[in-house]
Design a protein around this ligand. Structure first.
Ligand SMILES: C[S@@+](CC[C@H](N)C(=O)[O-])C[C@H]1O[C@@H](n2cnc3c(N)ncnc32)[C@H](O)[C@@H]1O
Length: 239
């Protein structure tokens, strides 16, 4: 399923649940669920943004599983992870990185980096994830900020992000397998000439010897999620 969200008036950001975009873009039931389990708020590292954010990870996860009737992955989409917030911060502070350029945010979650890229002037902006609630949340979050993002429900990690001039990856190194796939993807994207930026708060699997630090931020995070209140988070580019 591919969802396309047109730019809208931010004043309409909390419109009816079925007003996300084209009629077949995002399942209205997903939209209603995201709205019911989150609140529209600003992530602390990027107060310029308004995102549908969950408060209590366990509560959102339990409701996600109850709704699906079977085990579900953690509700990554309901939070702006430190890596994604740092990328968003970097793009808003350095808009020339993406302005007027085609951007792909891989493993977008709620799309914090994609939304910031669009606000910084990137066009077009695509955001991919394998979780349909992430696709729905990204659609809602783009709309809440009055920008155009195309969320894509797909596993693109075996490709090279063809067409994207800038590839963003926020907080994607949380497992060995995911990290290996992402690093392979980023290598291929860079080999074809894309600018590649990865935001990471020191997750265990990132091979930092293969990357060069571009910027670092102290990102306030949820103690519930991270067991600390601040995560020093680095923007990396491949060496
Ligand atoms: C920790 S979250 C980060 C979300 C977002 N980038 C951020 O920084 O807030 C990791 C995301 O990776 C997604 N993911 C996992 N495997 C994936 C794959 N093969 N392709 C695309 N996304 C994937 C998950 O669904 C989840 O939304």
């Amino acid at each position: 399923m591919t969802a396309v969200v047109d730019a809208v008036d931010p004043a309409d950001a909390v419109g009816p649940a079925d007003a996300v975009g084209p009629a077949d873009a995002v399942d209205p039931a997903d939209v209603a669920f995201i709205r019911a389990t989150t609140v529209l708020a600003s992530p602390p590292g990027v107060p310029e943004l308004r995102l549908y954010l969950g408060g209590d990870v366990t509560g959102v996860w339990e409701r996600t599983e109850a709704r699906a009737g079977l085990e579900q992955p953690p509700p990554f989409w309901a939070f702006a992870w430190a890596g994604g917030q740092a990328l968003a911060r970097y793009l808003l502070d350095h808009p020339a990185t993406v302005a007027g350029r085609a951007v792909l945010d891989i493993a977008c979650g709620g799309g914090v980096a994609a939304v910031a890229a669009a606000l910084a002037g990137a066009t077009p902006v695509m955001a991919s994830d394998i979780d349909r609630l992430a696709v729905g949340a990204t659609a809602l979050n783009a709309r809440a900020n009055g920008v155009s993002v195309t969320p894509v429900l797909a596993d693109v990690l075996d490709g090279d992000g063809a067409g994207a001039e800038v590839v963003l990856a926020g907080d994607v190194c949380y497992s060995r397998e995911m990290t290996a796939r992402v690093v392979g993807f980023l290598d291929r994207a860079m080999a074809r000439g894309a600018t590649v930026l990865l935001g990471d708060p020191g997750r265990a699997y990132l091979p930092i010897d293969r990357f060069v630090a571009v910027a670092s931020y102290e990102i306030p995070v949820s103690r519930d999620l991270e067991s600390v209140e601040i995560k020093r988070t680095t923007i990396w580019r491949p060496a």
